[in-house]
Design a binder for this molecule. Structure first.
Ligand SMILES: [Zn+2]
Length: 255
């Protein structure tokens, strides 16, 4: 982590273009493109940065929020705001997609279809590219699933980790980021209904099927197994949501 030399932040010419949060975003983006800001760098404190760029603190904050939403910046409580540095795939925040879902009324069927397309692609690629370590992690998560058949919430955590590992094993960080963004939303919904899950054993078996196809380096089979798993998962989730709604008399999001 390096502290930054303050004169790389040029004051935005407010007469030229007004001092909007878009200006903050574009200035920070340019600095990243030019290599003046690098992964792991900490931004100066808000008060100083606002003065350097020549914008108000709320404007600066709005700009920072936009960049955090697309996974460029990360604010850590008490530590400051950093340029995201990660060994894994860059992560996209799910909130823009959530907002779109609310605005445009995305249906759960559309979300599942998007997830299915992405996950079938990554499963096929994982069968070609997964490393031994990644396969070992998949196997551990499956063991975890079988060990938590009676604890749906715990099961769901292993389930999520399994899918994230398959995605990482695809070696395509764009597909991985998109997949994580879509599935985070579905897992959030699922975490509210999973208590009512049935047939977790069958679900665990299906994950094992995906894992075996990947281990055998069989992309077609991996895609097919992933498809079957997600079709069933969709049905299960819709049933759980129905039951939950009936027993609560409340709306369940994204049915
Ligand atoms: Zn799963």
């Amino acid at each position: 982590m390096t502290d930054l030399n303050s004169d790389i932040f040029k004051t935005i010419d407010s007469e030229r273009s007004g001092t909007t949060s878009e200006e903050v975003v574009s200035q920070l983006r340019e600095m990243i493109h030019r290599g003046e800001l690098r992964p792991g760098d900490r931004l100066p404190p808000e008060r100083d940065l606002a003065r350097m760029i020549g914008v108000s603190r709320p404007t600066l904050r709005a700009g920072i929020r936009s960049l955090a939403a697309v996974g460029v910046l990360q604010s850590r409580q008490g530590a400051g705001t950093f340029i995201v540095k990660s060994d894994g795939p860059p992560s996209l925040d799910s909130s823009p997609l959530r907002l779109m879902a609310s605005l445009h009324g995305f249906t759960s069927a559309e979300m599942f279809e998007a997830r299915r397309s992405l996950e079938m692609s990554v499963a096929g690629l994982a069968a070609e590219r997964a490393t031994h370590d990644q396969m070992a992690t998949m196997a551990e998560e499956i063991t975890g699933m079988f060990a938590s058949l009676d604890h749906p919430e715990q099961f769901l955590v292993h389930d999520m980790h399994f899918h994230q590992t398959v995605a990482a094993a695809s070696g395509n960080r764009i597909l991985t980021s998109l997949m994580n963004m879509v599935s985070t939303i579905l897992f959030d919904v699922r975490s509210k209904t999973v208590k009512r899950a049935r047939d977790l054993k069958e679900s665990a078996e299906m994950h094992r099927h995906i894992y075996r196809a990947i281990r055998e380096r069989n992309p077609e089979e991996a895609r097919k197994a992933m498809r079957e798993h997600l079709m069933l998962a969709q049905k299960a989730q819709e049933q759980e949501a129905d039951n939950t709604a009936r027993s609560n008399g409340a709306d369940v999001p994204m049915q």
